[in-house]
Design a binder for this molecule. Sequence first.
Ligand SMILES: NC(=O)c1ccc[n+]([C@@H]2O[C@H](COP(=O)([O-])OP(=O)(O)OC[C@H]3O[C@@H](n4cnc5c(N)ncnc54)[C@H](OP(=O)(O)O)[C@@H]3O)[C@@H](O)[C@H]2O)c1
Length: 265
Amino acid sequence: MKNFKQKYGSWALVTGATAGIGAQFSEQLAKQGLNIVAVARNQSNLDALKLKLETKFHISVKTIAADLSKQESNQLIIEQTNELDIGLLVANAGAENNGLFIEIDESDESQLLALNVVSPMILSHAFAKRFVRRGKGGILLLSSLFGYQGVPFVANYSASKAYILTLGEALNVELKPLGVDVTVLSPGLTKTSMTENMTIDFNKVPITSHSPEVVAKIGLNALGKKATVVPGLINKIYAWENRFIPRTWPVNLFGFLINRAIIKH
Ligand SMILES: NC(=O)c1ccc[n+]([C@@H]2O[C@H](COP(=O)([O-])OP(=O)(O)OC[C@H]3O[C@@H](n4cnc5c(N)ncnc54)[C@H](OP(=O)(O)O)[C@@H]3O)[C@@H](O)[C@H]2O)c1
């Protein structure tokens, strides 16, 4: 992994920093000597992360407890980090809903879009401007393998991740000449609380799973080198097959696979 402290500066902002892939981003960046602004909703988890990283790596952690599905929270983060020389944004926080689209509350789907789409867009917009002013910076966005195609029964989630993939690909080209690296990380199945809590039995879906540690490492390694990265060979094949076959084929295949794997109550 490159030395981000030299490349981007001494502070990184990680959203969804306390669990899963985000906890690994925080730890791996802290290990490199970067100070972390950690964002999540639960303050006691933030306090535990702060204690762990400051003790283990002798860096500083600033915690911000905020629900990023609320638009004012993004503004709060922008304001509360004004005085810090942040050079790296990892917009990682995200959530999923699964099941038949019409049976999921519209308010839950709107909340998903606020967290998965609107928050990363607002933060990328604010921090890209700061990074351009300081002449350097990095943005790592979290899409998903499901962002590469429509996925029935996780329709709104996969659509939200398609937005991030498209946004990040475009920003990679737009911001590179201005000194800002943008990379989109699109993990496949990763062993975190998000997938543990899903009512989908992934044993019935022929996809491999990775640890959050490996996924975070692959994402950080790709920053500044690639516009997009998909961890794992099988996942890469799933992501790229869409370019060579009619789009409807993988959508129908995943519709069949996910429907079969949904745990019915
Ligand atoms: N796990 C997978 O298989 C997988 C696959 C592809 C893509 N991804 C993407 O990777 C990212 C991380 O996923 P994960 O599996 O690591 O998630 P996770 O284990 O569920 O952790 C989510 C983190 O985000 C925080 N968070 C959740 N809702 C939030 C909100 N409304 N406001 C602020 N923080 C919030 C959580 O803390 P609090 O609960 O305290 O807020 C926690 O720190 C997501 O964008 C996800 O879509 C995951």
